[in-house]
Design a protein around this ligand. Structure first.
Ligand code: GUN
Length: 285
C-alpha cells in the first residue's frame, strides 16, 4: 500500500504560513491584492473564481472580483486589464480561462503586466521558466512540485513521465522537473505505447483530463504518482486520470482525487500574490 500525499494538509500548512506573512506585510502598510476577472457564465469557472476570491479573504488579502458578460469585446477586456495594471492596490491579476471565442486569450494574457501575472501565463514569465530564472510559476504545476518536495521525493536522476502537454500543466511541470535534474518524458495523444512509457517511470504526473486513463497495472512497483486530473462522473463522483485503487497497490506514494493537487492550485495562487505584493513593497519589479 502506498502513502497518500495529502494535498489538503499540505495546502493548509502553506496557507497558515502565507497568513502569517500577510500580517507582517500589513504592519508595513501593504495589503496583498488579487483581482479576478470572469467573462461569461461558465458554471465551473464561476466556482473556481469564487473559491480564489474567498481564499484571499480568508488569509487577510484584498480581493476584487470583476464579472463581465459573455458578450464582452476584446477591447473592453483590454481596457479593464490596463486599469488593473495601473491600480496600486492590485498586485495580482487573474483572468479566468477559457475566454469567449470573440476574445483572443493570447492577446489578453500578453496585456497583463508580467509583474502582476500571478498565473505565470505571460510569455515573459513562461520564457523565464524555460531558462530557469526566478519567475511566477503557474499554480497547478507549482503545487505539484511543492507536493513532491513535501513527500520527500528527490527528482535528481529520476525518470519522470508527464502525461499531457498543455501550456497550463504538462509543459510547465516538465520544465520544473527538468530544473530539478529529472530525466523527463512528455507523453500525449500521439505517443506510441503509453503503457510502456509509464511502466518505466519513477514518477508519473498525469494531466490529461480523461477519467482513469492511466491503468494501475502500468505503475512501476514503488513509483510516485501525482494525479492532476479532476473528472466528474455523473452528478457527484470525482475521479482522476489514474485508476486510484489499483495504482495505490503498486505506488510508494500517490495523490488522491479529490484532496490531492486540487487544494494546492489556489494555495500557490495566494503564494504568488503574496510574492507579487512583497516585490511591489520593495520596489523590486
Ligand atoms: N482555467 C483553468 N485553470 C486555470 C488557471 O490556473 N488559471 C486561469 N486563469 N484560468 C484557468
Amino acid at each position: 500500500m502506498s502513502t497518500i500525499i495529502d494535498g489538503k494538509a499540505i495546502a493548509a500548512k502553506l496557507r497558515a504560513e502565507i497568513a502569517t506573512e500577510v500580517k507582517i506585510l500589513k504592519e508595513k502598510g501593504i495589503i496583498p491584492g488579487l483581482a479576478t476577472v470572469l467573462v461569461g457564465e461558465d458554471p465551473a469557472s464561476e466556482v473556481y473564481v469564487r473559491m480564489k476570491g474567498n481564499a484571499c479573504q480568508e488569509l487577510g488579502m484584498h480581493s476584487v472580483k470583476h464579472t463581465l458578460p459573455a458578450t464582452t469585446t476584446e477591447a473592453e477586456l483590454l481596457a479593464l486589464v490596463a486599469r488593473l495594471n495601473s491600480d496600486p492596490t492590485i498586485h495580482g491579476i487573474l483572468v479566468q480561462l477559457p475566454l469567449p471565442k470573440q476574445i483572443n486569450s493570447d492577446t489578453i494574457l500578453e496585456a497583463i503586466s508580467p509583474v502582476k501575472d500571478v498565473d505565470g501565463f505571460h510569455p515573459y514569465n513562461v520564457g523565464r521558466l524555460m531558462v530557469g530564472k526566478p519567475t511566477f510559476q503557474p499554480c497547478t504545476p507549482y503545487g505539484v512540485m511543492v507536493m513532491l518536495r513535501e513527500a520527500g521525493v528527490d527528482l535528481a536522476g529520476k525518470e519522470v513521465v508527464v502525461v499531457g502537454r498543455s501550456n497550463i500543466v504538462g509543459k510547465p511541470v516538465a520544465l520544473m522537473c527538468l530544473q530539478q535534474h529529472a530525466t523527463v518524458t512528455i507523453c500525449h495523444s500521439k505517443t506510441r505505447d503509453l503503457p510502456a512509457k509509464v511502466k518505466g517511470a519513477d514518477v508519473v504526473i498525469a494531466a490529461v483530463g480523461v477519467p482513469e486513463m492511466i491503468k494501475g497495472e502500468w505503475i512501476k512497483e514503488g513509483a510516485v504518482v501525482i494525479d492532476v486530473g479532476v473528472n466528474r462522473i455523473g452528478e457527484k463522483k470525482l475521479v482522476g486520470d489514474v485508476e486510484f485503487a489499483a495504482a495505490s497497490q503498486r505506488a510508494s506514494a500517490i495523490t488522491p482525487v479529490p484532496g490531492g493537487v486540487g487544494p494546492m492550485t489556489i494555495t500557490m495562487l495566494l503564494y504568488n500574490t503574496l510574492e507579487a505584493a512583497k516585490k511591489a513593497g520593495t520596489g523590486d519589479r
